[in-house]
Design a protein around this ligand. Structure first.
Ligand code: SF4
Length: 371
């Protein structure tokens, strides 16, 4: 399946290197240099090894190999599409929901995804990590907000930090009484599985807080044997994993591909968590599909795989208003709203008005059924 002949020994960061390894056509050099001048490029050897260079529509290449289409922005696209800045009280922290914060420690990733919603904030040339003073100010912010139950380490990719530094950060966070959950969002187990060493796994386990890892993958082929082993090392150490994926045109926007991806996660003991609708990041229109298509795919998925394999299809509302579930609705009212629809008082008999509910085949039923 994999026709790559010139496997790179190191991460490819320049368009000329991509061309030399058969990952982009020579004629694209000037366009790709323009793209690379604006957005970071990195393709690790592990990712390059997944790409079929003879397939012009390869779904892995589409995620990581830059394209001239990134040079055109569409109306509505925004450098900060989900409004991180509007909710950033101190450097490195995004506090959008009361009980959790994002903690952005690093601005580098093992690979750079062509659809990244933080593409204007990550990559070489951006600050690589929070300065010590900013790190301590961010910790003080978390410490002084007792409502923060969960800290989500994101970025950039937190697994780009050394195990030693990660262990310090995990210990600092776990020492805060009200922080019970530390969740790390990462693509490293796929892009550079060797980084998930025994030291890295040990660094993520910490007394005083529970660690979760969210793996970002968009196609079942990303879950290579090495990636599966890296995830198994985390899970065997007692670290539960969830998935996050982005719905991407030409990568996973058909029911069969989505089904294989969700099955692959569950086979790896990773619970499918989020399927994100593509954010309005600049130069990413060619990778987005429509909400209507996303709902159709979620309906198809419901008919094909068990609840264990179902992610939540979500849209990050532009402007920083948070995530909204945007999956298909299976319930509609069959008659007008009445007192019977309200929450019953204690001791009150339950009485429903009638609803229409759609089953996984698309057939409509009444609830309660007509007696
Ligand atoms: S790994 Fe995450 S933060 Fe980094 S480029 Fe990909 S989507 Fe963006």
């Amino acid at each position: 399946m994999n026709k790559i002949a010139r496997n790179p020994a190191t991460t490819l960061r320049e368009p000329a290197q991509l061309i030399a390894h058969g990952l982009a056509p020579a004629a694209s050099l000037s366009d790709l240099e323009q793209v690379a001048a604006r957005y970071a490029v990195a393709v690790t050897p592990d990712i390059a090894a997944l790409i079929d260079v003879e397939d012009p529509d390869d779904p892995i290449a589409r995620q990581f190999i830059p394209s001239a289409e990134e040079l055109s922005s569409q109306p509505g696209e925004d450098a900060d599409p989900i409004g991180d800045h509007a909710h950033s009280p101190v450097d490195g922290i995004v506090h959008r929901y009361p009980d959790r914060v994002l903690f952005k420690l690093v601005h580098v990733c093992a690979v750079y995804c062509r659809f990244c919603f933080r593409r204007e904030m990550v990559g070489p040339g951006k600050a690589t990590a929070l300065e010590p003073a900013a790190y301590h100010a961010a910790l003080d912010y978390i410490r002084s907000h007792r409502e923060i139950w969960e800290v989500i380490l994101t970025g950039g990719d937190p697994l780009m930090l050394s195990p030693r530094r990660l262990a310090e950060i995990m210990a600092d966070l776990a020492a805060i009484d009200h922080v019970k959950i530390i969740r790390l969002h990462t693509r490293v187990p796929i892009a550079d599985p060797a980084r998930v060493s025994a030291e890295m796994v040990a660094a993520l386990k910490v007394a005083g807080a529970t660690t979760w890892v969210a793996l970002h993958a968009n196609h079942a082929r990303e879950l290579s044997d090495k990636a599966r082993a890296a995830c198994a090392a985390l899970i065997d150490a007692g670290i539960p994993m969830v998935s996050q994926s982005v719905l991407l045109r030409g990568v996973n926007d058909d029911a069969v591909t989505l089904e294989s991806l969700m099955r692959a996660f569950v086979e790896c003991r990773i619970k499918p968590y989020y399927l994100h609708h593509g954010d309005l990041a600049p130069g990413t229109a060619h990778l987005r599909t429509t909400l209507a298509h996303g709902q159709e795919l979620m309906r198809a998925l419901r008919g094909r795989v068990s609840g264990l394999c179902q992610p939540d299809y979500v849209l990050d509302i532009p402007g920083g208003y948070g995530k909204a579930p945007v999956g298909p609705n299976y319930l509609s009212q069959a008659n007008s709203f009445s007192r019977a629809d309200s929450v019953p008082e204690k001791g009150e008999p339950v009485s429903e008005s009638r609803y229409r509910v759609v089953d996984y085949c698309g057939d409509v039923h009444l609830y309660p059924p007509k007696s």
